[in-house]
Write a protein that binds this ligand. Sequence first.
Ligand SMILES: Cc1cc2nc3c(=O)[nH]c(=O)nc-3n(C[C@H](O)[C@H](O)[C@H](O)COP(=O)(O)OP(=O)(O)OC[C@H]3O[C@@H](n4cnc5c(N)ncnc54)[C@H](O)[C@@H]3O)c2cc1C
Length: 356
Amino acid sequence: MKKIAIIGGGPAGLSSAIHLIKFDKNFLIHLFEKCRIGENIVCAEGFFDFFGNIHVELPEKMKVKKIIISSGKKTEINLPKNSNIFTFSRKRWQKDLGDYARSLGVKIFENTKIEKGEIKKLSSQYDYVLDCSGFSGVSHFVFPEKEVSKYRKSLVPAVQFRLKGDFSSFYEALYANVFDNPPGYFWIFPICEGKKPVYANAGLGILLKDKSKRNLKELLKEMLKEEISHYEIINYSASPIPTRRLKTFKVNNIILLGDSLGLCSPLHGGGIDSAYLSGYYVSKSIIANDFSIYRNFLKELDKRFFKERLFLKLWNFFGSRWVLERLRNKGLFSENVPHEPFSGRWLSNAIIRLFF
Ligand SMILES: Cc1cc2nc3c(=O)[nH]c(=O)nc-3n(C[C@H](O)[C@H](O)[C@H](O)COP(=O)(O)OP(=O)(O)OC[C@H]3O[C@@H](n4cnc5c(N)ncnc54)[C@H](O)[C@@H]3O)c2cc1C
């Protein structure tokens, strides 16, 4: 019987636990979560399924039909009918996944923090140790120092308020106000209870290193005042987002997944989809004893992230106004474009159309 230790009960950890035990009921799976499942979440709760292959139940889900981008002038992007972008309750989703994992036989140890000093012991006691601990990467010290240092340097800051109020004017839409020097964006993602958007996550993320050391919380407050009124602030949270992955994903039997490997989008910071998928592909690799399966998935992701990084550089160089204007004029935001806006194929087209 194979024994697997999973550190962290976010999307990567829960997905690995569920897929492993579904693939082989004889696996002994222990998942260690430092808080409780469904807690310790800092997220705008937008689900971007750009590969179109994540078929999961999303509680309180709201299908996103359009993206409104503002850069002085507002651009409305109507998404194709088959688009896979949603907002949802991540807390409930993770709790449901945790319950489901338990029902399949996964043993979950909540309020159990794995310390750096315990990694070597876990590695000798279990066949595999899956590090799904998020950006803190509790096992990073066994990975090549140079790569970890690059990863750390690529962490970009994000801050967010959870708001309560009437966000009907944002129903079925995501709102992003993009800015330059360095590039970043302010977002409002409405979250439904039933069919009503009674909550919203309003946040601010900087996508490239900001040397000015601005106070992001104050900046967020200012932007919020300019954009909306009549809301109650429920909480404030802040967390870094990794935007460059470690090249090495496995050292001996220790494997990095999700944010701990650095699988967030460099363009918009989303990482739930890739964290969840990393759990699926690592599980497949363990079952087949063939890690080229995971490597190939990462290669696909690298291709999309490469285009995103290039797009971000063009945005940084030409400025968001010029980029948006040009793409609007070239028809990239029209309803008839063949690919979902901001997907890998759309980006290839967009990058070419910026020049020709
Ligand atoms: C402000 C903000 C907004 C975001 N919005 C979006 C969005 O709208 N859409 C999107 O797709 N992505 C978004 N992201 C990114 C997304 O949250 C992450 O990419 C995703 O959560 C990664 O999943 P994960 O399972 O790898 O890690 P995490 O979700 O971070 O889970 C890690 C888990 O490990 C636990 N843990 C950590 N250390 C230990 C330890 N030593 N021992 C035991 N347990 C441990 C933590 O408590 C946590 O539960 C956002 C990020 C930020 C900061």
